[in-house]
Design a protein around this ligand. Structure first.
Ligand code: ASP
Length: 335
């Protein structure tokens, strides 16, 4: 009790001292964040880093974060970090789950979903987008150039072309072969299993304390034509509140949508939870509400103080954590 009172006294003095020294509210906030984080044990995320931080899902998060920090070094904002990170993965024709090269739907058509959100709560999204290589950039255009949040299908494609995006065949030979093989062995039913998800969800905090996020995917492979998952749905695959934190999801979108997962994670952080605890609670919400034996979902979160967390239903989910000093691929907790 006394320790707690002393700590609070220390924090108050820190705020006052920060004001005297002319520190920005952000700098003070980060200092408080580190103090708060230090008081939490066994809670996943690190103490506040006082520097830009980026977390992204899966192995491809490593190259994505590198591109994100490249954008930051060029003077970009956290939203620029997100867009640069997305583009590097979307343009990789070898990747079977994002952008060009993504596995098609059960009719052999590649349809892409993506969204982004910035620290002001502005959001843009595209779903079931065909023939366009950079869906997250199109989502950003929806956010910045239209009064809308979401465009889908032909409307999204036409908008993208109007904005200067070049139509491109997204079905690579490798993806087409996988689709043909799938049709033979899977009797034309969409596959929903725990290995079949590799959306990239990205969360970035820049040196000015601005949080942004993005999510981009070709969705569940061999899905029904027209199926849209959680990834482009604000609140499901991604949610950012610039004053609180950000969260993103990967895995079976239907489970995330039914529990409005990323919004839930951010709301739990708003209530004071550490990002790790918030991810665990959102995963538990899914486990408590449906049979999860055949499905995987993972959440990744980053709060305004730079603390992070990640948790999944099953093992195997990992994420990249990058700051100015280090970049690591970390296995998320699960269960
Ligand atoms: N969440 C994505 C979807 O359901 C899939 C994934 O994470 O790979 O479309």
């Amino acid at each position: 009790m006394n320790i707690e009172r002393n700590r609070r006294g220390f924090l108050k003095k820190l705020v006052a001292l920060g004001g005297v020294l002319g520190l920005s509210p952000f700098a003070i906030n980060r200092m408080l964040g580190s103090e708060i984080a230090r008081s939490e044990v066994d809670m996943g995320g690190d103490i506040a880093t006082m520097e830009a931080t980026m977390v992204s899902t899966w192995n491809h998060g490593m190259v994505a974060n590198k591109a994100g920090f490249g954008a930051l070094l060029n003077g970009g904002s956290s939203l620029d970090m997100i867009e640069a990170a997305a583009r590097i993965v979307e343009a990789d024709a070898e990747g079977l789950s994002v952008g060009i090269g993504g596995l098609p739907d059960r009719d052999g058509v590649v349809t892409l979903d993506a969204c982004c959100m910035d620290h002001k709560g502005r959001a843009g999204s595209v779903a079931c987008l065909e023939d366009i290589m950079y869906p997250l950039s199109v989502a950003r255009k929806v956010m910045e150039e239209t009064p809308h949040v979401m465009l889908v299908g032909d409307g999204a494609r036409t908008f993208a072309i109007d904005q200067g995006f070049v139509p491109t065949n997204l079905l690579t030979e490798k993806a087409r072969e996988a689709w043909i093989k799938w049709m033979e062995t899977h009797d034309y039913k969409p596959v929903i299993n725990i290995e079949n998800h590799d959306t990239i969800g990205m969360l970035a905090l820049d040196n000015e304390g601005r949080l942004s996020g993005g999510c981009t995917t070709s969705g569940v492979s061999f899905k029904m034509h027209g199926r849209v998952g959680d990834s482009p749905i604000i609140g499901a695959g991604l949610f950012v509140d610039g004053n609180v934190g950000a969260a993103t999801a990967t895995g079976l979108g239907e489970a995330v949508m039914r529990t409005v997962g990323s919004f839930l994670v951010v709301e739990l952080m708003r209530g004071g939870m550490h990002p790790q605890a918030a991810c665990e609670a959102a995963v538990k919400r899914i486990i408590d509400s449906m049979d999860v034996s055949e499905l995987q979902v993972g959440y990744l979160a980053l709060d305004k103080q730079g603390r992070y967390g990640a948790h999944a239903i099953h093992g195997g989910f990992n994420f990249a954590l990058t700051t100015a000093n280090s970049s690591d691929l970390i296995d998320a907790s699960h269960g």
